[in-house]
Design a protein around this ligand. Structure first.
Ligand code: G3P
Length: 215
């Protein structure tokens, strides 16, 4: 299972990378705005921190503009993946960019049928947003399991990139379902390392060791 970090904060990305948790990076306009840096500068820097795919999102909503923007983004670095919102114009853009060998990540996917259409258009990755579905009382992970099933039924090469991950449970379910990738905020990655019995065990081993030394 590939782990992407959902962040435009280079310090976070460096820390996650040090721990072996970064197979790629996803950004979105909100995360870029939060970084307080220019889009181009931050994407180029992130692309140097990893050899894995780095998603950079287009802002235009018209197919031709998306293609133009996507082509420009793809020139920033060889590992840029153009993130395109799920909509009809977006699908036209995905088909055109794919035909030119540019990788795409279709974002803001909230249904199995949207994921199927994105795969038909030739998307490299598709991003189902689980947390935002949970927020409105729908089971986000259920949708992911159905997307995985549909892609398997028809041997689609499109990778399932679980996004809007809010908790370790999202990750655990995604891993059990066999999702190709999950993009995870650094805080959630850190939450997963701890367990009360691990902390208790470390404390006990150290205390027993120190007692033995003082004998
Ligand atoms: O990058 C897209 C996605 O992961 C956003 O997550 O928490 O804003 O729904 P969230």
């Amino acid at each position: 299972m590939k782990f992407f970090i959902d962040s435009a904060d280079v310090n976070e990305i460096k820390q996650a990378n040090e721990r072996g948790w970064v197979d790629g990076v996803t950004t979105n306009p909100t995360l870029i705005a939060k970084s307080g840096r220019s889009f181009e500068e931050v994407i180029k820097e992130i692309c140097k921190l990893t050899t894995g795919p780095v998603s950079a999102e287009v802002i235009s909503l018209k197919a031709d503009e998306m293609v133009k923007e996507g082509k420009a983004l793809a020139k920033w670095a060889s590992n840029v993946v153009v993130k395109i919102p799920m909509c009809e114009d977006g699908m036209i853009a995905v088909k055109k960019l794919t035909a030119e060998g540019i990788k795409t990540n279709v974002t803001l996917v909230f249904s199995v049928m949207q994921a199927l259409l994105a795969a038909k258009a030739g998307a490299t990755m598709v991003s189902p947003f689980v947390g935002r579905l949970d927020d409105i009382g729908t089971d986000g992970m259920m949708m992911v399991s159905e997307v995985i099933q549909v892609y398997r039924n028809y041997d689609f090469a499109t990778e399932v990139l679980v996004a809007s991950v809010r908790s370790p449970m999202h990750l655990q379910s995604a891993a059990l379902m066999g999702a190709d990738i999950a993009t995870i905020p650094f805080k959630v990655m850190q939450t997963m390392t701890g367990h009360p019995l691990t902390s208790k065990g470390i404390e006990m081993f150290l205390s027993d060791w120190n007692k033995a030394q003082s004998k």
